[in-house]
Design a protein around this ligand. Structure first.
Ligand SMILES: NC(=O)C1=CN([C@@H]2O[C@H](COP(=O)(O)OP(=O)(O)OC[C@H]3O[C@@H](n4cnc5c(N)ncnc54)[C@H](OP(=O)(O)O)[C@@H]3O)[C@@H](O)[C@H]2O)C=CC1
Ligand SMILES: O=C(O)CCC(=O)C(=O)O
Length: 371
């Protein structure tokens, strides 16, 4: 199902349960602003290449709009709209004073060199700099982007608006980033999983896990679950999946992924098709990659008793229904993966407070000098 149709359908159901006024319901389904920009850059060999960048600002009733920037070939307007809407609900569920936004560029970052990625990020920032702001819309990393991407945005934005460390979160520590932001989404997913299992009289040590995606979120989930004694029986990235019924040696897999970038060539397990991971024998399935991966085609084959949505909207509403009828317990994305944006909020407050303190210090020094 189309990502926006799915998100709207879930929202309409929630609005019905809440008894929300139909006019408010309608207004909350229309984004505050949709931005679409052309980003042309010279490649390293001098040829020009063009990409389309998006930023959707969904709602700011509760505070500045907040959400990641994704670099992925499948980035398109409906998906970004859906992700922006989810950010509004997520920041509300986490009770942090933010609204929701999301952005992205339809590109494959693996096909671009570091200098090409830098140029692309800077051009995108030039195109949207007057529509984002430290008190209006604050980007962060998402799929295919990192602290380095945030550093480029910060630097480019600051050329127009003066040094503005609060314009992005998830930035490097040296630029005012927060300790723990990189691990925060995965850590939050693990905390949420522990609480969910405890409610069902279980613990992570008793359970077997399958993890789809081994990037920022998936690798931290695997690392932290493994540390707690959980058995991870399957893991995947875009190159494929591996399984080991006795439990994968996660530190060795992390090292292998870091060194080769290819999870599926890991020798500590047997290879399996990436899609098979979703229907693999396990107690807990944790999708940590793309949206819509659980759908009406594969939902009836899911063996897991629990699904923790670390990715954004990994479960189509149709799959939701099939899985719920099977008694599978699903922990929704807007709760399960809210650890990232929560630490982003701390980073933003921290850097805003530091800047205010340093400005007032400079002002006091000036006043002293004058008197
Ligand atoms: N980063 C954050 O703080 C937050 C992220 N999220 C959500 O979590 C999800 C993952 O984000 P993040 O970890 O940051 O992204 P990354 O880009 O760091 O990692 C994405 C991972 O997914 C893998 N992948 C891509 N396509 C497939 C596929 N078809 N099958 C299996 N694996 C696949 C990638 O493989 P490969 O390594 O080979 O490229 C990579 O390992 C997204 O839905 C994102 O919106 C939610 C909240 C916050
Ligand atoms: O940290 C942030 O501001 C946003 C994280 C994000 O994009 C998400 O939660 O999906």
């Amino acid at each position: 199902m189309n990502a926006l149709a799915a998100t709207n359908r879930n929202f309409r159901n929630a609005a019905r349960i809440l008894g929300l006024d139909s006019k408010i319901e309608k207004s909350l389904m229309i984004p505050f602003r949709e931005i679409k920009v052309e980003c042309t850059i010279p490649k390293d060999d001098g040829t020009l290449v063009s990409y389309v960048g998006f930023r959707v600002q969904h709602d700011n009733a509760r505070g500045p709009m907040k959400g990641g920037i994704r670099y992925h070939p499948e980035v398109e307007p409906d998906e970004v709209n859906a992700l922006a809407q989810l950010m509004t609900w997520k920041t509300a569920v986490a009770d942090i004073p933010y609204g929701g936004a999301k952005g992205g560029i339809g590109c494959n970052p693996k096909d671009l060199t570091t200098s090409e990625l830098e140029r692309l990020t800077r051009v995108f920032t030039q195109k949207i700099h007057d529509l984002i702001g430290v008190h209006t819309d604050v980007p962060a990393p998402d799929m295919g982007t990192s602290a380095q991407t945030m550093a480029w945005i910060l630097d480019e934005y600051s050329k127009f608006h003066g040094h503005s460390p609060a314009i992005v979160t998830g930035k490097p520590l040296d630029l005012g980033g927060s300790l723990g932001r990189e691990a925060a989404t995965g850590r939050g997913v693990v905390y949420a999983t522990e609480v969910l299992l405890a409610e069902h009289g279980k613990s992570v040590q008793d359970m077997s896990f399958a993890i789809q995606g081994f990037g920022n979120v998936g690798s931290w989930v695997a690392k932290l679950l493994h540390k707690r004694g959980a058995k991870i029986v399957a893991a995947s990235d875009v190159t494929g999946a591996i399984k080991n019924p006795n439990g994968i040696d996660i530190p060795a897999l992390l090292k292998h992924k870091e060194e080769t970038g290819i999870l599926s060539s890991f020798s500590g397990g047997s290879a399996m098709d990436a899609n098979e991971l979703l229907v693999h024998e396990c107690d807990v399935l944790i999708p940590c990659a793309l949206g819509g991966v659980l759908n009406r085609e594969n939902a009836s084959g899911v063996k897991a008793k629990f699904i923790v949505e670390a990715a954004n909207h990994p479960t189509d509403p149709e799959a939701d229904e099939i899985l719920s009828n099977k008694g599978v317990v699903i922990l929704p994305d807007i709760y399960a993966n809210a650890g990232g944006v929560t630490v982003s909020y701390f980073e933003w407050v921290q850097v805003s407070a530091t800047r205010k303190r340093s400005l007032s210090f400079r002002l006091r020094s000036k006043v002293k000098m004058v008197s």
